[in-house]
Design a protein around this ligand. Sequence first.
Ligand SMILES: CC(C)(COP(=O)(O)OP(=O)(O)OC[C@H]1O[C@@H](n2cnc3c(N)ncnc32)[C@H](O)[C@@H]1OP(=O)(O)O)[C@@H](O)C(=O)NCCC(=O)NCCS
Length: 168
Amino acid sequence: MTLKIVPMTAAHINEVVQIQAEAFTPDLRETPEVFANRIARFGEFFRVAYLNGRMVGYVVAFPWKFGDAPVNNQKFPEELPEPDCFFIHDIALLPDARGSGVARALLEDAYQTALKLGFDAASLVAVGQSGNYWDRVGFVPNAHVTETKRAYILDIYGPGARLMARPI
Ligand SMILES: CC(C)(COP(=O)(O)OP(=O)(O)OC[C@H]1O[C@@H](n2cnc3c(N)ncnc32)[C@H](O)[C@@H]1OP(=O)(O)O)[C@@H](O)C(=O)NCCC(=O)NCCS
């Protein structure tokens, strides 16, 4: 098994959205235009994974504000928040590549990027469909979320969505 992890570029978008379509329900998907906008801002931190020469997964992660989350499927605002953590916005694998250690390798890559950028924590929104996956890989619910923020997260990311974090 040969695993290769490389930075995501605009040239990868078509394949990435196909993986996304196999991994997420329609309400959670992002358009190619939104991917292009995210790559233009932070693409150097995103990764795609090739298993035996085939793209099987990706991770989209960028500096963000702890306790906050960008709006899904919407381009970044002109002015970004003052970052203090590394936000794992999206990670997905093709179904037949799961359970192979690729997700762990993509997460480890993201943690290393975060450390290089000087962050000591990762945060994310665990969507309902990811079940207890994030609990299993060391994330805990962010205890300092206001009711307003919780309602915002549920509104954008759907039922069961939770803001979570873990130290790196
Ligand atoms: C989330 C994802 C990237 C994890 O990849 P993976 O290859 O399944 O991850 P791992 O094999 O490292 O999984 C670790 C454990 O979590 C479990 N797990 C994975 N997804 C799970 C889910 N949705 N619910 C409950 N457990 C899950 C795995 O079964 C595994 O259990 P084990 O250690 O007992 O074998 C992949 O399942 C995926 O693409 N899911 C769809 C997209 C998604 O939900 N992304 C996360 C939200 S951003």
